[in-house]
Design a protein around this ligand. Structure first.
Ligand SMILES: [Zn+2]
Ligand SMILES: [Zn+2]
Length: 741
C-alpha cells in the first residue's frame, strides 16, 4: 500500500478532468481525493503500487478532449487508510491562476442527444463537459456557473441530477441546460418577436427567401444569407460598404465544401476539428456559390457548423451560407441584439437567445501552408492562447500590441497569454473592446501589471494609452516584435538568428517607416529601398500613389507623359502635376521600406488594382496571378544594406503582363531571402504580414530546404499584427532575464 500526492497544471478545470480522474481511480480501486486549487488540480491516490502505475499510464493517454496538461508533479506521502475516492468541492474563491478554456464546437454525443434524447431534443443550446461555450460566457474565475452568464438560469431536476453525477458526461458542465430550464430562442422580425412552432424551419425559410439575417452564435452574431443568391449578396455588399472583401461561408457538411473548394487532408482535419475555424481554401471554378462572394481571387474561407443551432438550421437547408461576423468594417463583432438593430438596420431578421455573451470573440481563420496549419486570426477555439516559459519571471507584464488586428498579451510567473483578436483600434468601439479585454484579463488572472510594453509608434492608440497608465513602460520596435513573437512560439532564447520581417508599414528605430527588414541578432543589416507614400496614409489605401512615387523617382514628368502605364492612366494630368510637386517638394510623402507597399506598387503598375478596399488585397490578387511555369525574376542589387529590385526598368521596357510581372515579384522575393540566407549559418526566422502569402512560402520553403537551411515560420500565432503583443512580451522578458544575470 502506498499514497501519492499529485499537482497537475494546465487546462484542467471545467473540462471534465475531475470526473475523469474519479472514474479512472474507482475503476482501479484506488482511494483518496481530487480537488481544484489555485496551484492546479491536487490529487491524492492510495492503493497498490501496480494500480497506481496503471493509473499514471491511462491518465496521460485517455485525457478528456478539452483537458491539456502542462506539467504534473508526484511525490509519495504517508498512507492515510482512506475508505473511498471522492471529489472534494472547492469553496475557495482564489482559483485565479487557473487557465480559461476556449469555446469548443458541439460534440457528437450532444448532437446525438439533440436527435434522440427528449430532454435535449432540438435544443439549440445543448452542451456538456466536452463541448460548448467557455471563454465567451465567463465573467470571472473560478469557472463555476455562478461566474458565468448561465447564473440566471436555475437548473431543472434533470439537469441538476446530471450535473451532480460524477459518472455523467455533464458532471459540472457549467452551461448545462435543456428544453425545460435553459435559454430560449427568439426570432425577431423588424424588432417584433415572431411566434413559430418550428423556429429552425422558419429561419431557414427566411434564408431561402433571400433575406439577410443576424444569428447569434458563440462569441457574437453572424450576418447570414444564402451564398448562392447574387441579389442578396449585392445588397449586403452595398449595405456593409464592402465592395470586394471576401465573405466567409458556413457549409452544411464536408461534401458541400468539396463542391466549392479543393480540400486536402490537413484542411479537412482542421475543418472538422473541435476548434472549427474558418479555413482558407482554393476555390473551384464552380457555380455552386455566387461569384460575388470572393471576386477576383481564387480563395474562399469555409467553416462547418459548430453550435447545435447551426446544425438544427441545416436540417432545413441545402445551400451554403454566408456567415460573416456582424460588425462594421474593422470593428469588433457585435454581441447584443440592440447593437445589431442600431448599427446594422438593413437586417430584417434577428435570431437571438437570452444567454448573454460576456466576452465577444470572432471566428478563427486558418490556412494550410506547405501542409501545416498557419493561424491568420486567433480567436474562437484557440484563444486565450497560453504559452509556457521554461522559467519563471518576477514581474507581471502587460503588452498592448499594435494598432490594427489588435490583441493584448499578459505575462506572469511562467505563463504568457495572448488574447483573442480585437480589431482595428482606429474605431472607438474597438478601442473600448481593447480596454474591456485588459479589464477581463485582469479579472481572470488577478492581474495588475508592473510593466506595460507598447510599440515605439508615438501615434498608436495603444502607445498613447500606455503612456497614461503610470507604470514602468518599455517600447519595442514593431518588426522586432514580429521576430520575437516567432521566437516565443518556438521558445527560442538565444540571440542567434537571421530574421526576415516583411510587413506593412511600422515605425522604425530611425523614425522612418519600416516594413522590409532583415535582422541579424537584433541588428538591422538589410532593408528594402524606400518608396515614398504620396499623401501619407492615403497611399496605403491607394496603391497607385505608391507606384507613382516609384515612377517619379526614376523619371521626369516629361518622360512619364510619353509612357502608357495603368498607374499613369489612373490619374488626371492635373493630379499628376500636383502630386509631382508634392513629391519634389517632399510634402507629406514619408518613405517606407515596406514589402507590403512593393506589392501595392506592382499591383498598380500591372493594372491589377489602383485602390484597395481591404488590407492585403494586393497580395491576394498577386498570388492569384502567380504562374508556376514562369521562372524568371527581376534583377536586384544590395548596396550599403539597401535591397533594390529593378522592376520599374523591366515594366517600362516591356508591355506589362500582369501574370508575368506578379510571378516575377514572388520569384524575386524568394531569390532575395535565399541569397541572403545562404550567407549565414544562423537559423532563419520568417515573419510579418507578407508571410501570410501562401504562394510565396510554397515557393520559398522548399528552396530553403534544398539549401539545408533551418527555418522557423509562425504557425499557431498569427504572423500579422495580432502577434505583436506576444513579441512585445517575449522581447521584454528575455531582456529582463539578461539584465538579471
Ligand atoms: Zn457535448
Ligand atoms: Zn434542464
Amino acid at each position: 500500500m502506498i499514497r501519492y500526492r499529485y499537482t497537475i497544471k494546465g487546462i484542467v478545470q471545467g473540462v471534465g478532468f475531475r470526473p475523469f480522474v474519479y472514474q479512472l481511480a474507482t475503476k482501479l480501486t484506488l482511494r483518496g481525493f481530487v480537488h481544484n486549487s489555485s496551484a492546479g488540480v491536487i490529487l491524492e491516490l492510495e492503493g497498490k503500487v501496480k494500480d497506481i502505475e496503471l493509473f499514471d499510464e491511462c491518465f496521460l493517454e485517455e485525457l478528456p478532449p478539452l483537458a491539456h496538461i502542462d506539467s504534473f508533479e508526484k511525490h509519495p506521502i504517508s498512507v492515510q487508510n482512506s475508505q473511498d475516492f471522492e471529489i472534494i468541492q472547492t469553496s475557495s474563491n482564489d482559483l485565479k491562476t487557473t487557465l480559461v478554456s476556449p469555446d469548443i464546437k458541439v460534440c457528437d454525443q450532444c448532437l446525438e442527444d439533440i436527435k434522440t434524447n427528449p430532454q435535449y431534443q432540438n435544443y439549440f443550446a445543448t452542451n456538456c463537459t466536452n463541448c460548448g461555450p467557455r471563454y465567451s460566457i465567463i465573467n470571472t474565475v473560478p469557472y463555476d456557473r455562478k461566474n458565468t452568464s448561465m447564473d440566471k438560469f436555475t437548473m431543472c431536476k434533470h439537469c441538476q441530477k446530471e450535473y451532480d453525477d460524477p459518472t455523467n458526461r455533464r458532471y459540472h458542465a457549467q452551461p448545462i441546460s435543456c428544453n425545460d430550464c435553459g435559454p430560449k430562442l427568439t426570432i425577431y422580425e423588424n424588432g417584433t418577436p415572431l411566434a413559430s412552432n418550428d423556429p429552425y424551419k422558419t429561419v431557414a425559410s427566411y434564408i431561402k427567401d433571400g433575406k439577410i439575417l443576424a444569428i447569434k452564435g458563440i462569441g457574437g452574431f453572424h450576418i447570414v444569407c444564402d451564398a448562392t443568391n447574387d441579389e442578396t449578396i449585392k445588397a449586403l455588399r452595398k449595405y456593409k460598404n464592402r465592395p470586394s472583401k471576401p465573405f466567409a461561408l458556413m457549409c452544411k457538411d464536408m461534401d458541400q465544401i468539396k463542391h466549392i473548394a479543393s480540400v486536402n487532408q490537413t484542411e479537412q482535419k482542421l475543418l472538422s476539428s473541435k476548434e472549427a475555424p474558418i479555413v482558407i481554401l482554393d476555390k473551384k471554378d464552380t457555380n455552386s456559390i455566387s461569384d460575388l462572394i470572393a471576386p477576383n481571387i481564387y480563395k474562399i474561407g469555409c467553416m462547418l457548423p459548430y453550435t447545435p443551432l447551426h446544425f438544427l438550421l441545416f436540417e432545413h437547408l441545402d445551400i451554403p451560407l454566408i456567415a460573416t461576423s456582424a460588425n462594421l468594417g474593422g470593428m469588433p463583432i457585435l454581441k447584443e441584439k440592440e447593437q445589431i438593430e442600431k448599427l446594422l438596420p438593413f437586417i430584417d431578421i434577428v435570431v437571438d437567445f437570452n444567454r448573454d455573451i460576456i466576452n465577444a470573440i470572432d471566428d478563427s481563420i486558418v490556412q494550410v501552408i506547405y501542409d501545416k496549419a498557419s493561424m491568420l486570426r486567433l480567436a474562437r477555439g484557440y484563444a486565450p492562447k497560453v504559452i509556457k516559459l521554461p522559467f519563471s519571471i518576477d514581474q507581471k507584464i502587460l503588452a498592448v500590441g499594435a494598432n490594427s488586428k489588435s490583441t493584448i498579451g499578459i505575462a506572469f510567473e511562467d505563463t504568457l497569454i495572448l488574447s483573442p483578436y480585437i480589431g482595428d483600434l482606429d474605431h472607438l468601439e474597438s478601442f473600448e473592446y481593447f480596454l474591456r479585454t485588459i479589464e477581463t484579463f485582469g479579472r481572470f488572472y488577478d492581474f495588475e501589471p508592473d510593466i506595460i510594453v507598447h510599440d515605439i509608434h508615438p501615434n498608436y492608440e495603444t502607445t498613447k494609452w500606455a503612456q497614461t497608465q503610470n507604470k514602468e513602460l518599455i517600447a519595442v520596435q514593431h518588426h522586432l516584435a514580429h521576430i520575437y513573437a516567432l521566437k516565443a512560439e518556438y521558445n527560442l532564447q538565444n540571440n542567434d538568428y537571421i530574421g526576415f520581417s516583411f510587413d506593412g508599414t511600422g515605425y522604425g528605430l530611425d523614425k522612418t517607416l519600416w516594413g522590409g527588414e532583415v535582422f541579424l541578432n537584433d541588428n538591422r543589416i538589410y532593408s528594402f529601398h524606400p518608396i515614398a507614400l504620396l499623401g501619407g496614409a492615403k497611399a496605403i489605401k491607394e496603391p497607385r500613389r505608391v507606384a507613382l512615387a516609384a515612377l517619379f523617382e526614376k523619371y521626369s514628368l516629361e518622360e512619364l507623359k510619353h509612357m502608357s502605364l495603368p498607374t499613369l492612366e489612373a490619374f488626371s494630368s492635373t493630379e499628376l502635376q500636383l502630386l509631382h510637386q508634392s513629391y519634389t517638394k517632399n510634402i507629406n510623402c514619408p518613405r517606407t521600406s515596406s514589402v507590403g507597399r512593393l506589392f501595392d506598387a506592382i499591383a498598380s503598375l500591372t493594372g491589377v488594382l489602383q485602390n484597395i478596399s481591404y488590407e492585403g488585397e494586393s497580395g491576394l490578387r498577386i498570388e492569384a496571378l502567380y504562374d508556376h511555369t514562369i521562372k524568371e525574376s527581376f534583377t536586384y542589387s544590395i548596396k550599403d544594406g539597401c535591397i533594390a529590385i529593378d522592376y520599374l526598368e523591366y515594366i517600362v521596357a516591356n508591355p506589362p503582363s500582369p501574370t508575368k510581372i506578379c510571378s516575377m515579384l514572388l520569384n524575386t522575393l524568394t531569390d532575395i531571402v535565399i541569397d541572403i540566407a545562404v550567407l549565414y549559418r544562423e537559423p532563419i526566422l520568417l515573419c510579418g504580414g507578407v508571410f501570410q502569402n501562401k504562394t510565396l512560402l510554397e515557393i520559398l520553403l522548399p528552396k530553403l530546404e534544398q539549401n539545408q537551411k533551418h527555418y522557423y515560420l509562425p504557425r499557431s500565432i498569427p504572423t500579422n499584427d495580432s502577434g505583436i503583443a506576444l513579441g512585445q512580451l517575449y522581447k521584454t522578458i528575455l531582456k529582463l532575464q539578461k539584465d538579471n544575470l
